[in-house]
Design a protein around this ligand. Structure first.
Ligand SMILES: [Zn+2]
Length: 333
């Protein structure tokens, strides 16, 4: 379902959009800003469905049953237009043909005519200027929604004429419950996926259902269990074998961070319930007792530094070896 009730998190944005419908003060242009997977499509789709619904509910949500809602749900609504683009960027012709010319034609069957521009950060400057003309003087029935992962890519003139809704991270517990009920993900896996996704529901679903991610997790856990007993060169080899490419390395490093945060968390609280890797509690409690606070903090800092170095394209081997050296150095006490 597409309606607001089936979206987890984003309460303030949903409240704002419902209120806009309730008060009849729907803006002509909205920007949904958030990273990929954060829920921009879900929110804009639900808003579009509510706006067009022929039998809106008390909550101002789409009813899900009328002709309009059914068309919206099947992505087949004549007055909800998704702007497409063939090239890497969204060009001025895309805007002229799909929006500026089309918008002059009255809605086919609904109150509004809605344009959804996904990946709006790909609009060229010329395309944005073309769009600006429409946003400045839109027909009464027009609603334009720009979805973007990068507000900086939009011209200030565009930004100043749109209502910008910034998607926030979704609460971890909400995501976990969602994965467990909607996707039947086991408790432990839901917890890890939710932590790992850092408030991004799309990512959480991806992690929870990804075999690849599960494998990575198991590989990392295996390495971390024995890391203190291994020789440095063995660890280096082990980690390099896990990841030939830099791409996967970020995930591995994040998985390692969660481990050492667990170690630190247990050392501070002695509470197993607070662990993300609950099933690994034996090894985590063992490392917590053997390592000093300072040592664990140094390890966490070293992993974070390795992430920064890799993103800055520092030599891969050097970045990883420096990190592993710190982990080994702070093995026991
Ligand atoms: Zn409806």
């Amino acid at each position: 379902m597409l309606d607001f009730n089936h979206i987890i998190g984003h309460e303030q944005i949903i409240q704002h959009l419902r209120e806009a419908i309730r008060s009849g003060k729907v803006s002509h242009a909205y920007i949904f800003s958030g990273e990929d997977g954060a829920g921009k499509n879900l929110l804009s789709n639900a808003f579009a469905m509510s706006l067009q619904c022929e039998d809106r509910e008390e909550t101002k949500d789409g009813c899900g049953k009328c002709r309009s809602c059914i068309q919206a749900a099947s992505d087949n609504h004549p007055d909800i237009i998704r702007v497409t683009h063939e090239k890497a960027s969204i060009g001025v012709d895309d805007v002229r043909i799909q929006i500026n010319n089309d918008i002059l034609v009255k809605p086919y069957s609904s109150t509004y005519k809605i344009y959804i521009i996904d990946e709006a950060e790909k609009l060229t400057e010329a395309a944005q200027n073309a769009l600006l003309k429409t946003i400045e003087e839109p027909p009464a029935y027009a609603v334009i929604m720009l979805l973007t992962n990068n507000l900086n890519a939009l011209l200030p003139t565009i930004l100043s004429r749109c209502i910008t809704l910034k998607l926030k991270a979704v609460d971890k517990e909400l995501m976990k419950q969602y994965l467990m009920t909607e996707y039947k993900v086991p408790d432990y896996q839901a917890e890890l996926s939710a932590v790992f996704a850092q408030g991004n529901v799309g990512k959480a679903v991806k992690y929870a259902s990804s075999e690849d991610f599960n494998e990575r997790k198991n590989d990392v856990l295996h390495l971390l269990k024995y890391i203190d007993e291994m020789e440095l060169y063995e660890v280096v080899d082990g980690l390099k074998r896990l990841s030939d490419k830099k791409d996967g390395m970020n995930d591995y490093l994040d998985l390692m961070l969660i481990w050492y945060r667990d170690v630190l968390m247990y050392k501070v609280t002695n509470d197993l319930n607070l662990l993300t890797y609950k099933s690994e509690y034996q090894d985590i409690t063992k490392q917590a007792s053997l390592k000093s606070y300072e040592g664990i903090e140094k390890i966490i800092a070293a992993i974070e530094k390795a992430k920064i170095r890799l993103n800055a394209n520092v030599n891969f081997d050097i970045a990883i070896e420096l990190m592993l050296f710190t982990i080994k150095e702070n093995g026991n006490g």
